[in-house]
Design a protein. Structure first.
Length: 73
């Protein structure tokens, strides 16, 4: 279970970093300044990590061992 907790916590922190990066880009554009072209590529790494960890967390309940559905009444 430690791996699941680590991935869930990492997913939360990466999402915070992604939000701050995108917010910083919008703030810079809102102030009328044009950032360097490479700045627009900064959110791609956190976004890729969010995709991987999000898909893992999404699929986790479906592949967990010992989990059985309750019988329908």
């Amino acid at each position: 279970m430690k791996l699941n907790r680590f991935i869930r916590t990492s997913h939360r922190w990466i999402s915070l970093a992604f939000t701050l990066i995108v917010g910083g880009i919008f703030l810079t554009l809102g102030l009328g300044q044009e950032p360097a072209q490479w700045v627009y590529y900064l959110p791609l790494l956190p976004l890729a990590l969010l995709l991987i960890s999000g898909l893992y967390l999404f699929a986790l309940p479906y592949f967990s061992k010992g989990h059985t559905a309750a019988p329908a009444k």
